[in-house]
Design a protein around this ligand. Structure first.
Ligand SMILES: [Zn+2]
Length: 298
């Protein structure tokens, strides 16, 4: 078990765990197993993260009334708005027999935008005895507003290898590409092309460069992943020292020309677009709405 997972279980046993935790990792089975262990640690009668007490047994058999596994149900591979409404209602009630109510969303990125917004409200006003475990292969697939209210626990962190040498933006791209099972070279190529386009816009006020960027994002094989990469590039440009970027010279020019808040607003729109994408909206139109936020005059 990774150090991050061990620390999380220790915190759950001790009490004082954060009310919303994003469990990020490449193996869905490992994430779910860890989430179940956290649920046991929060409710075990003997203070362990798994033994033969009645609470642990019920959790293992999926019949503990305070531990809820919410997973994709319909053919669209989505956690439905109705399921999330059930979570919101359940979160407002007292635990039946355990110490903590636990809601495991697996995967948390498979929610429509309506459902994500409903969940967000609950995360804003957490009950003290409720813990949300949001499982995902990449936290970039979740709304920034949900991320900002959650603690992110990265389960694969110990597997970082030598290919992580180089600027921080490159290691982040490679790590997240590996976690989501996509080719790190594609992620880096798309990020480089986006930085080029944003720089052309920044240095020459060439709006067509933004539309080119939007087209590049929307035409990728995996639209969800490419939109996540695009949002990540904008966040990097807004927050990173240009020296940590894939292209320090261009990153500095972009930062000089586009205000930080505008880049964050565009990143936020991009991640919201992920939620709309699952209801068959047009990816290109959604990304164009985000690049329009970059060009907006103050
Ligand atoms: Zn137990």
């Amino acid at each position: 078990m990774s150090t991050a997972a061990e620390l999380l279980l220790a915190t759950a046993r001790r009490g004082g765990i954060h009310h919303s935790i994003i469990l990020q990792g490449s193996s869905p089975d490992a994430l779910r197993a860890l989430a179940i262990s956290v649920a046991r640690a929060l409710n075990c009668f003997n203070g362990t993260s798994g033994d033969s007490c009645i609470a642990c047994q019920k959790i293992d058999r999926g019949i503990h009334p305070d531990v809820h596994l919410v997973s994709v149900s319909d053919e669209r591979k989505l956690i439905s708005a109705e399921q999330v409404r059930g979570v919101v209602t359940g979160a407002s009630l007292r635990p039946y027999e355990g110490r903590s109510k636990v809601f495991i969303l697996d995967p948390a990125d498979a929610t429509s935008i309506t459902a994500a917004n409903a969940l967000l409200k609950t995360l804003e006003e957490p009950a003290s005895d409720t813990v949300f475990l949001l499982l995902t292969r990449s936290s970039d697939l979740l709304l920034p507003t949900i991320r900002s209210r959650s603690q992110i626990v990265r389960i694969d962190e110990s597997s970082v290898d030598d290919s992580d040498a180089g600027p921080r933006q490159r290691s982040r791209l490679r790590r997240e590409a590996r976690a989501s099972g996509t080719d790190p070279r594609h992620a880096e190529a798309l990020a480089t092309s986006l930085i080029d386009s944003l720089d052309r816009y920044a240095s020459q006020k060439e709006t067509a460069a933004l539309l080119f960027a939007a087209a590049a994002v929307a035409s990728a094989d995996d639209e969800r992943q490419s939109i996540a990469i695009y949002a990540g590039v904008l966040r990097d440009l807004a927050a990173l020292d240009p020296a940590e970027s894939l292209d320090p010279v261009k990153a500095a020019r972009i930062q000089g020309a586009i205000p930080r808040e505008r880049m964050l607003a565009a990143a936020d729109l991009a991640v919201r677009a992920l939620g709309r994408l699952v209801v068959n909206a047009d990816a290109r139109m959604l990304v164009e709405q985000s690049v329009a936020a970059l060009a907006r005059k103050n």
